[in-house]
Design a protein around this ligand. Structure first.
Ligand SMILES: *[C@@H]1O[C@H](CO)[C@@H](O)[C@H](O)[C@H]1NC(C)=O
Ligand SMILES: *[C@@H]1O[C@H](CO)[C@@H](O)[C@H](O)[C@H]1NC(C)=O
Ligand SMILES: *[C@@H]1O[C@H](CO)[C@@H](O)[C@H](O)[C@H]1NC(C)=O
Ligand SMILES: *[C@@H]1O[C@H](CO)[C@@H](O)[C@H](O)[C@H]1NC(C)=O
Ligand SMILES: *[C@@H]1O[C@H](CO)[C@@H](O)[C@H](O)[C@H]1NC(C)=O
Ligand SMILES: *[C@@H]1O[C@H](CO)[C@@H](O)[C@H](O)[C@H]1NC(C)=O
Ligand SMILES: *[C@@H]1O[C@H](CO)[C@@H](O)[C@H](O)[C@H]1NC(C)=O
Length: 618
């Protein structure tokens, strides 16, 4: 990617004039607005300058959605941040939502700060808006289940399948877009440098054949049930629309049903809507409805979750609770609106404090209370882990309050989204992060899509009385193995008990408790070999990112952050970094970037970094 203005001395003004010229059609007033905008983006290095940048952004939004999009598309194309079709598709889909947000809020207010966090990674605070979630008192002390040491049963956890139904064998696998291996119109007539292989490539989302292969391997594990933590749809986010997403969701439901013998408990992901990250808020008069997603999955999931839960999916923004047959385990709640700041850009269009925009927290409390009354255990599944940087801090905090209240009822948390094999520990006191205070752990499933390492899934051995996880195994297929393109082989990658147990001194009869995971983080602190092993496991030994001492400290901090306000994923503010370094910094600290692909957030980040680093480059 060549910088488009190599010979101009890059004072901000010259840069702006250059882009104005490039934009050509932009006239008088808008041109000075453009200058203000570019200047503001260049100056954007921290929270105050982010609020300041929202001023010209808001002015632009008031000119109308078309003007808003046009200017950003011009900048995107002028700076060659993405291919023109990606610039246009991304901004046309999400630009109007951002413009709508900007028109609806005070640029100095708290929502504006949250929007800054969502768009640029600034103003992320470690203080959530104080709010006490209304919680019923404990009706009776929950009886700890008698652990009869029954034979564990197996549960398979799959996530982030990102199946590209338009994957084309022989198409360009080394393209300039977020995902390749499709016949994109602007690539027609190009000579193919690297043809797409039958079962997948590292720059492409999953072909159907790879998903089939995974689902067949799942049966070999003989699971009692399967959990799927979301993201069916591929990463060509600039192209997705309601028709494609509906079709993708339906096809995956059919594929699951035809291949997997066990019952499935699925969850929605942030890609399972159109545009991406744009689930509507019920309390908004203007937000576009996401009901079509809930209707699609209500119908598509009923065969596994039953009719009552299916109705909940329809009426409770994709959330449901379903009892696992022959157990006292209530599985699968879907945390739609808790999730990511990016998960829904519709959530930034009001200055009014809305602790529970779609009533999902209230739904969860009702279900947990009913489970407590009935003496049931609960597994919570959802897409975006609550500790991530792109989870809304407030709702993450409020969910944590619920968790503290129902910690004896909740037997497990399972998420996806990061594409990585990770975990996050919840504590009764986050300022005293000790084994004694560890109250829950979120196990995060690796992705099927080969874009972030080797495709994998997890298998849990589960105690039939406590529903605690006794062991966790990761099964993977090695995309570098010559057999992969012929027929993927699925094999054991590692066994958590065998690998980590001896390091922690895990007792033979102990489950993988939250305290165990905490103790493992202490092992990582003092044993770098063990930590580097974990760092390799994150991506299943493919696309491993080196992790130095700072990265390690951040990683361990994040492992101890079930709550978003406790993670250490803050962008490094105020540095005029060199471009390559800057891009690396952004990538390292905005973990979800990979998953978001060329979403609007990464586009704005690239825009800012490119404007700020031009000087160093010249
Ligand atoms: C909302 O949906 C309507 C009708 O489908 C569409 O015309 C409009 O552009 C959408 N608005 C946004 C901001 O996406
Ligand atoms: C919150 O962040 C501020 C500023 O970054 C820092 O000084 C403070 O120690 C942090 N507080 C906690 C509880 O982490
Ligand atoms: C992919 O494309 C890039 C840039 O066009 C090139 O530098 C690289 O060598 C290519 N990789 C392969 C494996 O062909
Ligand atoms: C493709 O390759 C052929 C043969 O090497 C060459 O003649 C042609 O110019 C190439 N086309 C493009 C668009 O690069
Ligand atoms: C964690 O470590 C503490 C302190 O070393 C120890 O007392 C405890 O038994 C350990 N717990 C587990 C589950 O390994
Ligand atoms: C550190 O971890 C490595 C890799 O798991 C292990 O082989 C080694 O025994 C550990 N060292 C200590 C001192 O526990
Ligand atoms: C995958 O296969 C390649 C090629 O055979 C090998 O070098 C690599 O070590 C394998 N990776 C893992 C994680 O087994």
């Amino acid at each position: 990617m060549r910088f488009p203005f190599p010979r101009i001395r890059s004072s901000p003004i010259v840069l702006s004039v250059y882009v104005s010229t490039f934009c050509g059609l932009i006239l008088g007033a808008q041109s000075s607005l453009l200058d203000d905008l570019l200047q503001a983006l260049e100056n954007l290095v921290d929270c105050p300058s982010c609020h300041a940048a929202l001023v010209p952004l808001q002015t632009l939004a008031f000119l109308g959605d078309d003007e808003f999009n046009a200017i950003f598309i011009d900048i995107c194309e002028g700076l060659q941040l993405e291919d023109p079709d990606v610039c246009q598709g991304t901004l046309s889909a999400t630009g109007p939502i951002i413009a709508h947000d900007l028109r609806s809020i005070d640029v100095a207010g708290q929502t504006a700060g949250r929007l800054c966090d969502a768009l640029f990674g600034f103003c992320s605070s470690n203080v959530s808006t104080p709010f006490t979630v209304p919680l019923p008192p404990q009706s009776k002390s929950p009886v700890a289940p008698v652990d009869k040491r029954g034979e564990p049963f197996q549960v398979v956890h799959i996530s982030d399948v990102h199946i590209d139904r338009m994957y084309t064998v022989g198409a360009e696998a080394n393209c300039t877009k977020n995902i390749c291996c499709r016949n994109f119109p602007d690539e027609a007539g190009h000579n193919i440098t690297e043809p797409a292989q039958p079962n997948g490539n590292s720059k492409c989302d999953s072909p159907t054949s790879l998903a089939d292969s995974l689902l067949e391997a799942v049966n070999d594990m003989n699971p009692k049930f399967v959990i799927f933590t979301g993201d069916v749809v591929e990463g060509a986010t600039w192209l997705v629309n309601q028709e494609e997403v509906t079709n993708d969701l339906e096809e995956f439901n059919t594929q699951l049903l035809s291949k997997v013998k066990a019952q499935v408990f699925p969850s929605l992901g942030n890609h399972d809507s159109a545009p991406v990250n744009a689930f509507a808020r019920k309390t908004s008069m203007t937000a576009n409805d996401s009901q079509w997603v809930f209707d699609t999955q209500s119908a598509g999931w009923v065969q596994w979750i039953g009719s009552q839960a299916s109705q909940e999916v329809q009426h409770d923004s994709g959330s449901y609770a379903a009892l696992v047959p022959e157990t006292n385990l209530l599985s699968s709640r879907n945390f739609l609106f808790l999730m990511s700041s990016e998960f829904s850009f519709w959530l930034y269009d009001s200055d009014e404090f809305q602790p529970d925009p779609n009533g999902v927290l209230a739904f969860i409390v009702d279900q947990l209370q009913a489970a407590e009354d009935a003496g049931q255990k609960v597994w919570i599944i959802g897409h975006i882990p609550l500790g991530k940087e792109d989870t809304m801090e407030d709702q993450s905090n409020y969910y944590d309050q619920i968790l503290q209240r129902y910690k004896d009822t909740i037997a497990g948390h399972f998420f996806g989204h990061s594409h990585k094999d990770q975990f996050e520990i919840a504590y009764s006191d986050y300022s005293e992060q000790t084994a004694e205070n560890a109250v829950s752990v979120a196990l995060i499933g690796p992705a099927l899509t080969p874009t972030s390492g080797n495709p994998a899934f997890k298998v849990y051995d589960v105690d039939p009385d406590t529903f605690g996880v006794v062991n966790m195994r990761v099964v993977f297929t090695n995309t570098s193995d010559p057999s992969f393109q012929v027929e993927p082989k699925w094999e054991l990658y590692y066994d958590a008990r065998e690998t980590y147990g001896p390091l922690v001194g895990l007792a033979a009869d102990s489950e993988l408790t939250p305290a165990f995971w905490h103790n493992l983080t202490e092992v990582f602190e003092r044993n770098d070999t063990a930590f580097q092993l974990y760092n390799t496991f994150i991506s299943r030994g493919g696309a491993v990112t080196p992790c130095d001492a700072d990265c390690k400290a951040n990683t361990i901090c994040d492992q101890r952050a079930f709550r978003s306000e406790n993670n250490c994923d803050t962008p490094t503010p105020g540095i005029a970094f060199r471009r390559d370094v800057a891009v690396h910094v952004v990538a390292a600290h905005v973990e979800s970037d990979k998953c978001e692909g060329s979403g609007i957030r990464s586009l704005l980040q690239k825009m800012r970094v490119k404007l700020q680093t031009s000087e160093a480059k010249l």
